[in-house]
Write a protein that binds this ligand. Structure first.
Ligand code: SF4
Length: 322
């Protein structure tokens, strides 16, 4: 694997709450190589958003990094001054959020917002607007020059998300973080946005950390995938490894619950029995043991080791059956 743009090592993050310490992330190891797309998948509450907010250091006030480090292009993100952080965010690292309406400022035109985001570049406003209209054309907004004068509410949901992607790429980031960017869109628009992201990533050669709970989206877009469960990265590998040779029982259960793989009409969609355990009072042993069909005695007492199944493919499980 090439030198990672983003290198997360042994990261643990807690939230301090009146009810106790929520151990939201534990011992996360994840690398995003240059010019590759890494997907993170898992149920709601598994820690995907906490991981992103820690990477970009926009954490909640009660969040604390308990251990580990995050290196972005070799720099330790936790040690950067606010000034150095500002220099990275919106330039080397940019974000696409789930809801484009909250990401765009409703009281300014799209052109103004796209010009303002280039504030670091010493070029004329005319040149910034030219770049903005070129980028809007690239993401498929017709009549881009005149649409620079429109406000966000003049665009449909799918177009607004195209605009946020255009803004994120306008600064030519080394890493684009996309936090469920298609969740608020219908299925047709979702496909369009994923294909657009894929084409743009090939053009711009930036790395992407892509968060989603839609497995088919992850399969279509990503080179590598990390599977999160209750604050832990339980399996990671290439898309082929995860979708064709999943090793962790949770990954298998997730794949079996994907509605797109159900061949026969059914009244009930498959689910994973049980619930995510309390992150305040963590169970002993494997975090998945009370929902796992393969749980053995050792799983209830001892946390599973990370086992390597192939190059880049690791699984945290006592009882592998691949
Ligand atoms: Fe299941 Fe045991 Fe593997 Fe955990 S370690 S996923 S309980 S088999």
């Amino acid at each position: 694997m090439a030198e990672p743009v983003l290198d997360i090592r042994n990261l643990s993050v807690n939230y301090l709450t009146p009810r106790g310490t929520v151990k939201a992330l534990r011992r996360i190891n994840l690398q995003v190589p240059s010019a590759k797309v890494v997907g993170l998948v898992g149920e709601s509450g598994c820690g995907k958003s906490t991981l992103i907010s820690t990477v970009i250091r926009l954490m909640a006030e009660n969040a604390r990094v308990a251990a580990g480090e995050i290196r972005f292009t070799g720099k330790d993100m936790q040690q950067l001054s606010p000034r150095d952080l500002r220099a990275i965010r919106g330039r080397d690292m940019s974000m696409v959020f789930q809801d484009p309406m909250t990401a765009l400022n409703p009281v300014f035109t799209v052109g103004r917002q796209m010009a303002d985001i280039q504030y670091r570049d010493a070029v004329s406003r005319k040149e910034k607007l030219k770049r903005a209209s070129d980028m809007l054309s690239l993401v498929g907004i017709p009549d881009a020059v005149s649409r620079l004068d429109n406000y966000p509410h003049h665009f449909s949901g799918g177009m607004r998300q195209r605009i946020t992607i255009a803004m994120a790429l306008l600064v030519q980031p080394k890493l684009l973080i996309a936090d469920e960017p298609t969740t608020a869109l219908d299925a047709t628009l979702e496909v369009q946005i994923i294909r657009l992201l894929k084409a743009l990533q090939a053009d711009f050669q930036c790395a992407i950390l892509f968060i989603s709970h839609h497995l088919n989206v992850i399969a279509e877009l990503c080179d590598f995938v990390g599977v999160m469960y209750a604050g832990e990265l339980v399996e990671k590998g290439s898309v082929r490894d995860i979708f064709h040779r999943p090793g962790h029982p949770y990954t298998r259960a997730l794949l079996e619950c994907d509605p797109s793989v159900i061949a026969e009409p059914t009244r009930f969609l498959p689910t994973i029995p049980g619930e995510i355990p309390s992150l305040i009072d963590l169970p002993e042993g494997c975090i998945f043991h009370d929902r796992c069909p393969r749980a053995a005695q050792v799983c209830k007492k001892t946390p599973p080791p990370e086992v390597s199944l192939a190059e880049h493919h690791t699984v945290a499980c006592h009882c592998l059956e691949v």
